[in-house]
Design a protein around this ligand. Structure first.
Ligand code: ADP
Ligand code: MG
Length: 571
């Protein structure tokens, strides 16, 4: 292996040459306490920055086993290293050298969630950190001396702060891994306790703003306090005993006046499928890992989905067993979103009235009198929610301030008053028996069937122009897949652009694994298995530096929103 000094001379020798000469620096170099590898060199100063990684040998990194001994700890420790590298890079990298992205030293930046990422790895085999550098130039001429400063001074200084146990704040690292381990323990204990979600007492649920996921400032936020009747306790490996609200399986309503914190509670539960960093406020808010948020999404495409459980007898005899639409309505999109989630194994559904189609949620008695059942294609959710629980074992948590008709179908009713939950199930029952709605039940004898669908491989096509694979994530919500854009803005449990990028790679994988017979749920399960066994590198085959783990539910959601997707329904 070449030495750091050789890299220095190489950089001096290409100084002033055309940008392409940077290709000569590819390869690995031995530094005092780590190895630096330049894996991919950008084509010009404006292109995506170059990709590098460092490896620190286990004896040098010297991480004790407690930092990575369980999967929870390992992922959290890797997340911690990424954050330390990010903080050091912001402080140390001089940035802005010459043209384009020259001078940039950057690592994938995590948010409030602790996700498995390809930015950092930690095990008994040592540390690997992957990051990006904008190799500096003036115009198209290599700025060799600036490159020397970046790669031989700044990068080692950053690595010194992030790649060695001795350089880290060990209490902070311990808190990071223990918090993640506690959350994972909680989440995996929910089912045996008959729960679908848990919100610890003292949690801070509200966020700083609609575009800022950090917690609301402590002086403004009312900490969460569970009602006595729904309080449960858990014994956690690190924090010990914790108490909080246990949301049981079944149908749970969250009611209350406007602005009393209903949606905030539901949003915290929605994010409870992920672990959070210490001091997020939601570290001990967890939900069933297959929890999926359902909303109306008019305009989306639907590919051959049986939405008959919710919608049948459309005008003009339009088929609902193999329903297709390029521009679905609020109610048909919400129905399809539920059916598609059930198809790939969602066991808990979250629905907020704020983002639902009213005619999908409820049809009251007066409307039933005026518009007869036979003239209304929609079977409202209220008439299906119990079947979903009893026949399919799928729970629902609903935020509803506007319709008491749901009292008849709820197992538990929680009222939010000034951000404090109270259980009002008995009162709701009393109200329901005093004021009978007399609405007719329209749900029929059974929920109906979920028909598996098999994607056609050629319909998942990542090609664009001369490129075999062209993927481009734009933020979290938008994805260029081949020649097409996929709108993911309604897939609210995608929370990080690196997840969106990873989902794009997984779509490529599914396109290759599909054979016209294997079902979407089988294909998605295979992706989950590959990720579990071989990580995200196993999915892409080549190392990437900016991918984060996602769930099969989000992958399926992305495929279902790909406008070229074609499926065959299995009978
Ligand atoms: P709802 O859905 O009941 O109308 P929201 O959940 O949207 O209410 O909350 C309304 C406002 O109150 C939001 O701005 C939210 O940030 C804030 N909020 C929610 N929970 C709390 C809390 N525990 N402490 C302080 N503010 C909160
Ligand atoms: Mg609301």
């Amino acid at each position: 292996m070449k030495s750091a000094d050789e890299l220095r001379s190489l950089l001096h020798s290409v100084d002033g040459k055309g940008y392409k000469a940077y290709k000569d620096i590819r390869g690995c170099y031995r530094f005092d306490s780590f190895t630096l590898c330049i894996d991919h060199v950008q084509g010009d100063p404006f292109a995506s920055p170059s990709r590098l990684h460092v490896e620190v040998a286990p004896e040098a990194a010297a991480f004790p086993e407690w930092t990575y001994k369980s999967r929870s700890r390992e992922i959290a420790a890797r997340d911690y290293l990424t954050r330390r590298f990010d903080a050091a890079a912001r402080r140390i990298a001089a940035g802005n050298r010459g043209t384009g992205k020259g001078g940039l030293i950057e690592i994938d930046r995590p948010g409030q969630e602790v996700l498995e990422r390809t930015s950092a790895f930690l095990s008994s085999r040592g540390v690997e950190i992957r990051f990006f550098c904008g190799l500096p130039a003036f115009g198209r001429r290599i700025a060799g001396r600036h490159a020397v400063e970046m790669l031989l001074e700044e990068v080692p200084a950053i690595v010194a702060e992030a790649g060695f146990f001795s350089a880290l704040d060990r209490d902070a690292l311990r808190e990071h891994v223990e918090t993640a381990e506690d959350a994972d323990t909680l989440r995996s204990s929910l089912e045996q306790r008959g729960l679908v979600a848990f919100v610890a007492d003292g949690s801070v649920l509200p966020r700083r703003s609609g575009i800022d996921q950090r917690p609301m400032k402590a002086d403004a936020a009312v900490p969460f306090e569970s009602p006595q009747s729904l309080r449960v306790e858990f014994e956690l490996p690190n924090r010990g005993r914790v108490s909080g609200l246990g949301v049981r399986s079944g149908v749970t309503l969250i009611v209350g006046g406007g602005y009393h914190g209903k949606s905030t509670l539901l949003a915290a539960i929605e994010r409870g499928v992920y672990n959070h960093i210490p001091k997020d406020g939601r570290e001990l808010v967890v939900s069933d890992p297959s929890t999926f948020t359902i909303r109306a999404e008019d305009g989306r495409r639907i590919e051959k989905t049986s939405i008959t459980p919710f919608i049948s007898g459309l005008p003009g005899g339009r088929d609902t067993d193999t329903f297709e639409s390029e521009d679905a309505s609020g109610s048909t999109s919400q129905a399809a979103n539920i059916i598609e989630a059930l198809e790939v194994g969602a066991k808990t559904l979250l629905i907020d009235e704020d983002t639902s189609a009213t005619n999908f949620m409820i049809r009251d008695h007066r409307m039933q009198e005026l518009i007869h059942d036979t003239d209304e294609p929609i079977t409202p959710f209220i008439d299906k929610v119990r079947q979903i629980h009893e026949e399919l074992g799928v729970s629902t948590i609903l935020v509803l301030g506007g319709s008491g008709d749901y009292f008849d179908v709820a197992d538990c009713v929680i009222a939010m008053r000034e951000y404090r939950p109270e259980e009002v199930t008995d009162e709701a029952r009393r109200v329901a028996s005093k004021l009978q709605t007399e609405r007719l039940t329209e749900g029929g004898d059974a929920f109906g069937s979920i028909v598996p669908r098999s994607p056609a491989p050629e319909s998942i096509d990542p090609r664009k122009g001369k490129r075999d694979v062209k993927l481009k994530a734009q933020g979290v919500n938008s994805l260029g897949f081949g020649a097409h854009m996929v709108d993911l803005s309604a897939v609210s449990q995608l929370v990080d652009p690196s997840q969106t990028r990873a989902v794009a790679h997984a779509m490529v994988y599914v396109g290759r694994a599909a054979d016209g017979r294997r079902s979407l749920s089988e294909l998605v399960a295979e992706v989950e298995t590959v990720m579990e066994e071989n990580g995200l590198d196993g999915l892409t085959g080549t190392p990437h530096a900016d991918l984060a783990a996602f769930r099969g539910l989000e992958l399926a959601a992305a495929l279902n929103r790909l406008r070229t997707l074609r499926v065959k329904q299995r009978k």
